[in-house]
Design a protein around this ligand. Structure first.
Ligand code: UTP
Length: 289
């Protein structure tokens, strides 16, 4: 079955990037000239997803404005003959069918996904964490969607990370199936040293069957007293098995200061109009180190 619905979670408080996220959602932090969440929506569209639900919270209505038409701006751009920019602005609003749900209290990523229950209905769906931008030729969520079509099981995007990061994210119990594909039978959120199964963690992308909602409704709160999506996926993995995809593409954590800086440098260098001057600046800055 083809994946046509995606849920982007963007309701978190973003305390690691304060004060940037005090009055502006961290998901709107620009990478060069585009908000982080637009890269994520574009990744969905490139993977054939047509319906996108964004989970928001108080003060995050600018995300809705960003994916909406802007008649005054469009009129001004048309009058000044800036047709290319005008086309790009209209395309942002038309790339997918966007809907929004508010997560009234920030009770965790699992709770944010539970807010998507009515939107999802009875079909498998993609989940993309709103602060995880992945850039690559083959969209990460398309790689996971293809795996879903092949295995018809829950799929998670995974990468091998440092021990510090495993403890911060999650750890997968897995066996290799070949071609960057793994069978997952268990997992743990934010493990302590003695709970680590492997150094593979889930990074920002999953495809889930609708059964996940019944699981999310039945499990207790987990680490940090939050409803953890990993705890629900653990039940799914133990019940039916899950598939891990070691996806290609560079991932940037926009909920983290260093991630924002790395994304700006790499994306800036990839833009022909910025490349030469930015490269010269980086070289001069490196001399000063
Ligand atoms: P994070 O783990 O980065 O949490 O969420 P956070 O609260 O946003 O950030 P910090 O830790 O305070 O800096 C991962 C993703 O899940 C969303 C976030 O918006 C982010 O995209 N999220 C998290 C929700 O939508 N709701 C929640 O209750 C928690």
């Amino acid at each position: 079955m083809k994946i046509r619905k995606a849920v982007i979670t963007a309701a978190g408080l973003g305390t690691r990037v304060l004060p940037a996220s005090k009055a502006m959602p961290k998901e709107m932090i620009p990478i060069v000239d585009k908000p982080a969440i637009q890269y994520i929506a574009e990744e969905c569209v490139k993977a054939g997803i047509t319906d996108i639900l964004i989970i928001l919270s108080r003060g995050k209505h600018v995300v809705e404005d960003h994916f909406d038409r802007s008649p005054d701006l469009e009129k001004k751009l048309a009058e000044s003959g800036r047709d290319n920019v005008l086309r790009d602005m209209i395309a942002i609003a038309q790339m997918a069918d966007f809907t929004y749900v508010r997560q009234q209290e920030q009770l965790g990523l699992g709770h944010a996904v539970l807010c998507a229950k009515n939107f999802v209905g009875d079909e498998p769906f993609a989940v993309l964490y709103g602060d995880d931008v992945i850039i690559g030729d083959d969209p990460a969520i398309a790689q996971l969607s293809r795996a879903y079509e092949k295995y018809e099981k829950g799929i998670v995007g995974i990468k091998e990370v440092s021990v510090e990061d495993v403890k911060r994210y999650s750890s997968m119990k897995l066996t290799a199936l070949g071609d960057g594909c793994f069978s997952i039978t268990d997992m743990v959120e934010k493990p302590s040293e003695d709970q680590i199964f492997s150094h593979y963690s889930i990074l920002g992308r999953c495809i889930l069957p609708p059964d996940i909602f019944e699981i999310l409704e039945s499990i207790p709160k987990g680490k940090n007293n939050e409803l953890q999506l990993t705890d629900a996926m653990k039940v799914l993995a133990q019940r039916n098995g899950m598939i891990g995809i070691d996806f290609t593409g560079q991932r940037y954590d926009i909920g983290n200061k260093l991630g924002i800086l790395k994304a700006a440098i790499d994306v800036g260098l990839s833009r022909p109009e910025l490349h030469d001057e930015l490269a010269a600046y980086i070289k001069a800055a490196a001399e000063r180190l």
